[in-house]
Structure formats: structure tokens, C-alpha cells
Design a protein around this ligand. Structure first.
Ligand code: CTP
Ligand code: MG
Length: 180
């Protein structure tokens, strides 16, 4: 059980952290350059170049760090092995998470939701879908091998909880405007 949950969360870490890094780094030029579509913003002020770039880089750096942490000694101590991240897999997870979140903002604006409005379900899983899809495109063999059906099931259940908790903390300490 621990092995399953730890493996699933470990594999997703480079996708979990970029969104939180973007919240801390956000600001500056919006990606959509103020452009509108059908009377509302294409993406909105909540999706910036800086947030996206910093989020992606932090995800990549974390993947590199996790790769270094998985030593034979560490795995022997744990009694099971953990995934490591080839460069393209790391890029797929980190950039894919950011793109999934951006895609969700696009959908939110098209459905008349203002910046910061919640969209239950989409808010919690957009970045998971983006990360898995881009990883599948950039590193198909690794992604299919790493994200077994069991791990995917664990991720789909645990991610919304983790997302909710981290965003409530972000809201609580004043770095996030809404608790979702
Ligand atoms: N952020 C950013 N760039 C991104 C994602 C997030 O700069 N690609 C920053 C923004 O400052 C944003 C904050 O992180 O306001 C919170 O992110 P999120 O909740 O995804 O954005 P919202 O402001 O809620 O906007 P939206 O309704 O489009 O999700
Ligand atoms: Mg939001």
C-alpha cells in the first residue's frame, strides 16, 4: 500500500509543484496579452509568462533532484523502487501541468467564469490531464510504464485532496486569492 501510494505521488511530483510555484512567481505580462474572444478574456490575468516559465523550471529542477535522491541505498532502505525522470518525461509533466491549467482557464473564460472563479473538478484535475498527456507525447514508453492503472486510480483520488489542502494553505498564508 505504502509502495503504491508513494510511487504514484512520487511520479506526479514534477507535475504537482509547478502550479504552486506559479502562484508564488505569478505577475507580469498575461499570456493572452489582454486579448479577448467572444467578449471575455482569452485566458485572463491569472495566466502569466513568468508564472508559467518559473513553474515549468521548478518542476524540471524538482525532477532532477528526485533523480538524485533515488539511490540504490535509498531504495534498499525503503524496500521498493521509485520512478526516475528522463528529461523529456520531466518536461512533459512540468510543462504539461502548466498547459493543462492554462487550458482550463481558456474553458473557464469561454463558460463565462471570471478570473479566480471555481470550476469544481476541472480546477483539481486540469493539470493532471495536461501533465499525463504531454508526458505521453514526449516520453510515451516511460509514461505507459510509470503510470499503471493502479497508480492512475490513486492519483485521481488523492490529487484533488492534495490540491485543496495546498490551496487552502496558500490562501491562509496570503499568497493565493481564493482557497481553490
Ligand atoms: N499563475 C501565473 N501563471 C500561470 C498560473 C498561475 O502567473 N500559468 C499565478 C497567477 O498570479 C494566478 C495565481 O498563480 O492568479 C493562481 O493561479 P490560478 O488559481 O490557476 O489562477 P486564477 O487567478 O484563479 O485564474 P483562473 O480563473 O484563470 O484559474
Ligand atoms: Mg484559480
Amino acid at each position: 500500500m505504502l509502495e503504491l501510494v508513494a510511487g504514484a505521488l512520487w511520479a506526479m511530483l514534477p507535475a504537482y509543484v509547478p502550479n504552486n510555484a506559479a502562484v508564488l512567481a505569478g505577475g507580469g505580462e498575461p499570456i493572452d496579452g489582454d486579448r479577448e474572444m467572444g467578449g471575455s478574456r482569452l485566458l485572463g490575468d491569472g495566466k502569466t509568462w513568468r508564472g508559467t516559465a518559473v513553474g515549468t523550471l521548478v518542476g524540471l529542477a524538482l525532477a532532477a533532484l528526485l533523480n538524485v535522491a533515488v539511490t540504490p541505498a535509498a531504495e534498499a532502505a525503503l524496500g521498493f523502487s521509485l520512478p526516475t525522470f528522463p528529461p523529456l518525461a520531466a518536461l512533459g509533466l512540468a510543462l504539461g501541468a502548466m498547459l493543462g491549467d492554462i487550458g482550463a482557464s481558456f474553458i473557464k473564460r469561454r463558460s463565462g467564469r471570471e478570473r479566480g472563479a471555481s470550476f469544481p473538478g476541472l480546477d483539481q484535475l486540469d493539470f493532471v490531464a495536461g501533465a499525463l498527456l504531454l508526458a505521453l507525447v514526449l516520453a510515451p514508453g516511460w509514461t505507459l510504464e510509470t503510470f499503471t492503472l493502479t497508480r492512475l486510480a490513486i492519483i485521481v483520488v488523492i490529487t484533488p485532496l492534495l490540491h485543496l489542502v495546498t490551496n487552502m494553505i496558500g490562501y491562509g498564508v496570503g499568497v493565493k486569492n481564493e482557497p481553490w
